[in-house]
Design a binder for this molecule. Structure first.
Ligand SMILES: [Fe+2]
Ligand SMILES: [Fe+2]
Length: 290
């Protein structure tokens, strides 16, 4: 057996793989705290991020995409930030910095580099639809959690790959969801791994918790952000947006609807509205991958 393709699995090895990931750009967190400071303005934000050319290029790409829907094309950072406004600046910053992590080939999950990106961008765009429909006041936090919710797959990929047949087989035989089968076969799942990565990158605790909970009904009903993220992911999977092997096995429960104080009718309205954003998400992927 090729050991490079089938590394020894231990939780320590997974942890080492997490720590070895390039750290999420600290300037994004710095820019976020400047945005929270009433004494600072947009120029202060621009001054922090303007020297990271890769980040600025991604910010401009996304600002000019259907994801952020400005009425005019922009070619410089300050204009882009001024037109976006506070909440959207947070979202464009997170999305721009997340792109390099999400644009990866995930053989273990049978996902192309476009798939995880499309799934994450799609889920983030759906989060905007859902926040509006369900009147959720923390739409930026939900957007952040949505774009990063499956980040754990980039670390678990090399462990899931060699055991994929077994994971799928268990999942089918027991009619369990993919993450339950991940637990049974490799002793953790991508939600736990993702939450650990985000903690390591010093993301706020609520966001880490929502990512940790996104496939676990007992956990995601505990708070609204987690429940909202699970709801958005279910819609994204239901629409088949960038799903690999981990698909069609996450179902909407009455308990989730109860926690979100919404009806099945609201769910179908969100689903219908989400179909509208599919083209916009495709446009973002075209821009990123050329
Ligand atoms: Fe997931
Ligand atoms: Fe997902």
């Amino acid at each position: 057996m090729n050991t490079a393709l089938c590394p020894d699995f231990t939780l320590e090895a997974v942890y080492e793989s997490m720590v070895a990931l390039p750290v999420f750009p600290k300037i994004v967190h710095r820019a976020m705290s400047v945005l929270d400071d009433p004494q600072k303005n947009i120029s202060d934000v621009a001054n922090i991020i303007k020297f990271d050319h890769g980040l600025v290029a991604n910010i401009l790409k996304l600002t000019n995409s259907a994801m952020f829907g400005l009425s005019q094309q922009v070619s410089d950072l300050e204009t882009a930030l001024a037109l976006l406004g506070q909440n959207r600046i947070r979202e464009v910053l997170i999305a721009s910095a997340a792109m390099p992590y999400l644009s990866r080939d995930l053989h273990g999950y049978e996902m192309s580099p476009q798939d995880l990106c499309y799934h994450s961008v799609g889920c983030a765009m759906i989060s905007e639809v859902v926040s509006q429909r369900l009147d959720f006041p923390h739409s930026s936090e939900l957007f952040t959690a949505a774009i990063l919710h499956d980040i754990g797959k980039i670390v678990l990929d090399i462990y899931v790959g060699p055991r994929l047949i077994e994971v799928l087989d268990r999942s089918r035989r027991q009619e369990s969801d993919f993450s339950t089968a991940e637990w049974e076969v490799i002793g953790t799942d991508h939600a736990v791994a993702g939450s650990s990565i985000l903690q390591h990158w010093e993301f706020p605790r609520d966001i880490c918790r929502a990512v940790r909970a996104h496939h676990d009904p007992d956990l995601y009903i505990q708070n609204r952000l987690s429940a909202m993220l699970a709801f958005c992911n279910i819609i994204t999977v239901q629409l088949g947006i960038g799903v690999g092997t981990d698909n069609f096995r996450y179902r909407l429960s009455d308990q989730l609807l109860y926690v979100l104080d919404c009806s099945e009718r609201d769910y179908y309205s969100c689903l219908e509205e989400a179909i509208r954003v599919l083209d916009d998400a495709k446009d973002v992927i075209r821009l990123i991958f050329g």
